[in-house]
Design a protein around this ligand. Structure first.
Ligand SMILES: C[S@@+](CC[C@H](N)C(=O)[O-])C[C@H]1O[C@@H](n2cnc3c(N)ncnc32)[C@H](O)[C@@H]1O
Length: 202
């Protein structure tokens, strides 16, 4: 499984955002929804070997973390609005804070933040994506079993960085420019696809 963990510093955990104006009412949940699409969806289908975690650290009820499993998720559509509707419904369900509870097929929720992710993923093969870090193309990673942590439009807080460093993440980069988080996921996904399937599998 390839896993992507996107940490939304202000992303709304209460679900009380407006579907008609996500960017200014949801703490930029729209950024995380585009990351979700990039991590889990290909043209006409789901990546069965991918999992995405959205860590929502903003608004009343924060922290909350949602987990989307490509192997069991259904009815995920690529448009942001439909993903926002799904997230709103999932956030309306009360869950515990100790571990993930599945609230829809392939979608689980927990009333906790980064800690629940760190107890759900292996420390081996965990990477922090950061511009300027050692290049992914030169990296030794197991494409079947790896985890990538990303910040949102604000990057990562010092507190989150400390937790990730204590977890033992290795830093990995995607070239010289600071990319949008969803584009960073697309580049990593393509790198893993090439390692697993070859550059030209025709
Ligand atoms: C829009 S960027 C964050 C920009 C923010 N101003 C900062 O300085 O961290 C969102 C996330 O995408 C990832 N990212 C963006 N460009 C990258 C690159 N060139 N290499 C690796 N990760 C990158 C990082 O995880 C980053 O936190």
């Amino acid at each position: 499984v390839r896993r992507f963990v996107i940490i939304g510093q202000n992303a709304n955990a209460a679900g009380d955002f407006s579907l008609d104006d996500l960017p200014s009412t949801s703490g930029r949940l729209d950024v995380l929804l585009r990351c979700l699409r990039a991590a889990l969806l290909v043209s006409h289908g789901l990546r069965r070997d991918a999992r995405a975690y959205l860590v929502l650290l903003g608004g009343a009820g924060a922290p909350k973390t949602l987990r989307f499993d490509g192997d069991t998720a259904r009815y995920l559509r690529p448009d942001e609005r439909s993903l926002a509707v799904t997230v709103k419904k999932v956030l309306a369900v009360t869950v515990g804070s100790g571990s993930f509870s599945e609230v829809r097929p392939g979608i689980s929720s927990c009333e906790a933040g980064l800690e629940v992710v760190l107890s759900d993923v292996p420390a081996r093969g965990a990477f922090l994506l950061e511009a300027g870090a050692p290049d992914v193309r030169e990296s030794e990673l197991e494409p079947h079993d790896c985890t990538f942590f990303l910040g949102d439009h604000l990057g990562l807080s010092a507190e989150t960085r400390q937790k990730l460093e204590a977890f033992g993440v290795a830093k990995i980069g995607l070239g010289p420019l600071d990319l949008h988080a969803e584009d960073a996921i697309a580049v990593v996904s393509n790198e893993l696809d090439r390692r697993l399937l070859g550059a030209d599998p025709r």
